[in-house]
Design a protein around this ligand. Structure first.
Ligand SMILES: [Zn+2]
Length: 85
């Protein structure tokens, strides 16, 4: 069933940004540092609670997921260095 009004609503919503909890790539990028730090200090659950929508975005966005993973590895390596000194 195709409903033009519904299609228009979907199009508008896409332009205005997500109505749901999922972040845009821009919002995801802004929260990346914070989410990574919280992942290391509080675990995945703590980070997801503090930055709602981040997990959902990473699941659906390979580019941001890759950024997240490399930043996580970088920050984790830095934290390990600090611990060793
Ligand atoms: Zn993204």
């Amino acid at each position: 069933m195709s409903n033009p009004e519904h299609d228009e609503l979907v199009r508008l919503r896409r332009v205005l940004g997500p109505a749901g909890p999922e972040l845009t790539c821009e919002q995801c990028f802004e929260q990346l540092d914070r989410h990574v730090e919280l992942t290391l200090s509080d675990g995945d659950a703590g980070a997801d609670a503090a930055v709602p929508g981040m997990r959902a975005h990473l699941e659906g966005c390979p580019a941001c997921k890759e950024d997240h993973e490399s930043l996580l590895a970088l920050v984790a390596a830095e934290a390990a260095d600090d611990g060793a000194v």
